[in-house]
Write a protein that binds this ligand. Structure first.
Ligand SMILES: [Zn+2]
Length: 93
């Protein structure tokens, strides 16, 4: 979680600062940015995955004959469409 008042988890900030603090001389701004993003991204993804897991309904999808998911209220889905709740569960696994 973030203690800095924003949406960026503290672990992501700490990883980015650690990456920034130890890069070699002559590294380009693009390489610097990639280094920071690569350091922070796993922490951001972990936080997003936790939130998605928390928001995911444990109930299984229940599709009607039009393709809508009755269990989760996605009634506009067409036959063969994926319910966002199913997609969220797959993401968070
Ligand atoms: Zn569903």
């Amino acid at each position: 979680m973030s203690n800095n008042g924003g949406m960026i988890p503290d672990a992501a900030v700490e990883a980015a600062v650690a990456a920034w603090a130890k890069w070699p001389e002559g590294i380009s701004p693009q390489e610097q940015m990639v280094t920071i993003l690569e350091a922070a991204a796993p922490h951001l993804m972990a936080e997003a995955t936790r939130l998605i897991r928390d928001l995911t309904d444990s109930e299984d999808c229940n599709f009607d004959h039009h393709g809508g998911c009755q269990a989760h209220g996605y009634l506009d889905l067409k036959i063969g469409d994926m319910c966002p709740q199913h997609e969220a569960k797959a993401w968070a696994e």
